[in-house]
Design a protein around this ligand. Sequence first.
Ligand code: IPM
Ligand code: MG
Length: 370
Amino acid sequence: MATRSLLLLPGDGIGPEAMAEVDKLIALLNERRGAGFETRTRLVGGAAIDAEGAPVSDETMALAMSCDAVLFGAVGGPKWDGVPYELRPEAGLLRLRKDLALFANLRPAICYPALADASSLKRHLVEGLDILILRELTGGVYFGEPKEIVDLGGGQKRGVDTQVYETYEIERIARAAFEAARTRRNRVTSMEKRNVMKTGVLWNEVVSRVHRDEYPDVALDHMLADAGGMKLVQAPKQFDVIVTDNLFGDMLSDIAAMLTGSLGMLPSASLGSPDETTGKRRAMYEPVHGSAPDIAGQGIANPIAMIASFAMCLRYSFAMVAEADALEASIAHVLESGTRTGDIMVEGASKVGTAEMGDAIAAAFAERLG
Ligand code: IPM
Ligand code: MG
């Protein structure tokens, strides 16, 4: 039996509740498909700070390096507001992304027909929406140096973050975007701020060159990131693949998430380069929503973004395409049947909690697995 190793990092807030629903699906795949998933669970974020003194331990990092894929819940919460910046919960997530070299973050925003009324936009604007945001994840202002607060004396300080991109970083995320577009509607929109930022000028130049030399068959256009944000809420269906830097990608993907009805709906995959000898890519899968401390522990969180992240894991890390399709179809089916968590509740639907939503999806999935 093939062994597939997964590292589960549920984290803080609603992370553990959402991850518990994925456990059910893993068990199903092992029973019904002999999938051979072996899981290990470790702490990350605030939970790891409390128990291990750091937001991600070296032992956990070593496991993340050696497993086939990492499933990540969420980190952070007011409890850790006072911890030193270097040790804050988010630093654990950023270390995982950086040390695993997960430069390509795929954030698909799909509006399930059943949810078109849950969106804050009008139904006709979002119904059938299917866009993919390719966010650069290991560079830009998140990691650029210097990153500091300097005491200038006289009660004045200077805060510095550094936005920096090199050619190879832009090339590889551009290629990932063009490759993805070829499997979809063959259209890429690149977003930057070349009217203000040097990194934007370089970004635009490199994306254009990669397009001209390697992907002339794909339609490419460029948009200033602020205008792009506006277009995303004005006429989101004009987009197919959006490629953008780390910070703009963070913001634009939260906007895109709300088009789908709720932040609780958006999954993501973070991928590294294929290994030169094995062809395997390091990978981590995480919902775009955060730890939502305000609703944590109440059993009311929407587990769909976490479950859909697991579907991406099946697709991208294990080439289990039929199973990934079946899981996504199960989510759509349960939504159509009118089963809703509070965040996507509409009149006439039946309101359920996290575990009931997970059970409903698992039951639909079991039926499809046969
Ligand atoms: C995200 C999150 C993270 C980010 C936080 C938790 C550090 O907002 O994945 O979008 O800013 O990248
Ligand atoms: Mg974010």
